[in-house]
Design a protein around this ligand. Sequence first.
Ligand SMILES: [Zn+2]
Length: 113
Amino acid sequence: MTSKLPDWIIEWMQKDRLVRNKYKISHKYVSHPKRIQKMDEKRDEQGNIISFKYMIISTKYGKYWVRYNEGLYECSCPFFKHRGICSHIFGVCQITKIWPKKDLLFSKKEKTE
Ligand SMILES: [Zn+2]
């Protein structure tokens, strides 16, 4: 586990074995750069990132899309719908060093449940 991980994600992984497992899986994307491709990126006038889009190539399931917009991540995979996070988002986070905002992530989850 790297020190770059936010504390709340470490705590989440300690409580939720499935989330921990997705983080482990994400390393196989990070270690194969061709499997995480940046498709789009928007920055403001100061150069801060506003939004981006990545294509993730899973050898088992095909392509998934990870979108980031102002602190909020979304993925097109089925696991994302259950937990609000997935191996694809974890992979993109490690590459961009941009992590989801905790309050945004959990407020969205409550809405969908
Ligand atoms: Zn996903």
